[in-house]
Design a protein around this ligand. Structure first.
Ligand code: ACO
Length: 448
């Protein structure tokens, strides 16, 4: 098979959200800290009737229906998530309900977990499967689903929630350039979830930023080496039309692109213009450790890269800014934003993607876009995802109610024997929701 990649996509995020501006007021932090400081506009969250299973049921059912894919045509189903509801039973097995109804139980794959990276692991598994000798000609389906919630404190505004489904197969409009992958994996305690009784992570915010940027540098270096081996010339930012990043919050994406730009400057590539060279020259002699600690360098990078950021990165920032960190789904929601904003103008373009999961695992990889064939073409994917309407039809919840909801969820986490609120009026038709958890911890869902 050739041009293996993403044939179709759909995204779901909870309609309930809180604005970052209202949250700033509620938390008593200085005005602009979340909106400008973190660069975030709004944050989606699961109310008590939604969780990672309901969201993934919703998005899988929606993708199959809207792209007219027979459930029998799925031969592999992989889920990426870091939101643990059960330590043994995979989310994938919950999703089998959608396929069993059609008589299809011959579906490989389970869940992949490592912080925000699980979705990328799942996607690579599917792409590799289609490219392998065990491929049986059917589609792979990848689901990234997470509810990102933090304890009260500075990390709380960097939450979010969403599920994304991606259909994988040959002759895809979003084709992987599988030879171009650079990974960096190492042991770190930057963000982890050792307390199995809580949904909240333990997080060292500053360390997680540094780990992210170090992993980015390392992946970029390897990615560039592989490119040079293949193409016989150095890779620079000018070789890709767009760059899409895992997006915990927008400020980190701005810093990341600045960092790539600094890499190109240090590699002395002609693409870096004279003005940028002047801005960055004072930092050329910093040691690598110093360079991660220097706020002045960070600001200089962002300033030097600003005009390129606006063209090559900004179009992918819409959903992450509006929905927040969606963990495994964040990178793909950023990519969905790019599709939404640029649509068929992406034909013939290359997009470099950077996936990061704390702990830590990271990969930089690239895709090449084609028009595709209906229903698996760029403009149809954009129509089906219907991002504008989904964003418009949301319900703004006051911060007090948001905090109250998280309290209920803390109490419910790992619990049994409860029935959820009957008020699902705010959920769009077709949305799955949690109805009850019985005395054996078995979870039941219904479709609106
Ligand atoms: N107006 C404008 N900007 C402001 C204001 C204001 N009123 N107040 C603060 N800022 C700026 C700061 O200068 C800073 O900007 P800078 O980074 O460009 O210097 C930014 O807002 C953040 O302020 P800090 O004081 O550094 O933020 P704090 O330490 O309170 O928390 C953090 C930020 C660490 C990101 C926290 O939200 C967190 O721990 N989040 C979770 C971890 C995370 O997402 N890590 C990313 C990789 S791992 C992953 O994906 C989970």
């Amino acid at each position: 098979p050739t041009n293996v990649g993403i044939l179709a996509m759909d995204i779901y995020f909870p309609p309930s959200c809180v604005t970052q501006e209202a949250l700033e007021g509620h938390d008593g932090v200085s005005k602009g800290k979340y909106t400008i400081g973190l660069g975030q506009d709004c944050m989606a969250f699961c109310s008590e009737v939604e969780d990672v299973i309901s969201m993934s049921l919703t998005v899988v059912a929606s993708l199959l229906e809207k792209f007219n894919v027979d459930p029998k045509q799925i031969g592999r189903l992989e889920v990426g998530s870091e939101t643990v509801i059960d330590k043994s039973k995979s989310i994938k097995t919950f999703l089998m309900q959608v396929f069993e109804a059609s008589g299809n139980t011959d579906i490989e794959g389970v869940d992949s977990t490592n912080a925000c990276y699980g979705g990328t692991a799942a996607l690579f598994n599917c792409v590799n499967w289609v490219e392998s000798s065990s491929w049986d000609g059917r589609y792979g389906l990848v689901v990234c689903t997470d509810s990102a919630v933090y304890a009260e404190g500075p990390a709380r505004p960097t939450g979010g929630a969403a599920a994304i489904a991606m259909l994988v197969g040959p002759d895809a409009p979003i084709a992987f350039e599988s030879k171009l992958r650079g990974s960096h994996m190492s042991h770190a305690y930057d963000f982890y979830k050792p307390n199995l009784a809580s949904e909240y992570p333990v997080v060292d915010g500053k360390l997680s930023q540094t780990c992210y940027l170090m992993a980015l540098d390392s992946c970029y270096r390897i990615f560039c080496e592989k490119f040079e081996k293949l193409e016989g010339r150095p890779f620079s930012i000018s070789d890709s039309d767009y760059f899409v990043f895992h997006s915990p919050y927008n400020k980190l994406v701005q810093k990341s692109f600045g960092r790539l730009y600094f890499n190109d400057f240090m590699r002395n590539l002609s693409f870096v213009d004279e003005a940028a060279r002047e801005t960055l020259a004072p930092y050329a002699s910093l040691s690598s450790d110093e360079s991660y600690q220097s706020r002045d360098l960070e600001k200089a990078n962002q300033q030097a890269a600003k005009h390129v950021y606006d063209a090559k990165v900004q179009p992918s920032t819409l959903i992450p800014k509006q929905v927040g960190n969606m963990y495994t789904a964040s990178l793909y929601a950023a990519f969905a934003s790019l599709l939404h904003n640029k649509n068929t103008s992406l034909v013939g373009k290359r997009v470099v993607m950077f996936s990061y999961g704390s702990g830590l695992t990271a990969t930089m990889f690239s895709v090449h876009l084609q028009e595709g064939q209906h229903p698996f073409n760029l403009s149809n994917i954009v129509t089906v995802m219907n991002v504008s309407d989904k964003l418009k039809q949301r319900l703004e919840i006051p911060p007090e109610k948001f905090v109250e909801t998280l309290k209920i969820m803390e109490h419910r986490y790992g619990g049994k024997d409860f029935v959820t609120s009957k008020d699902c009026s705010y959920l769009p038709p077709g949305t799955f929701y949690l109805t009850n958890v019985d005395s054996m911890y078995r979870r039941y869902y219904a479709k609106k």
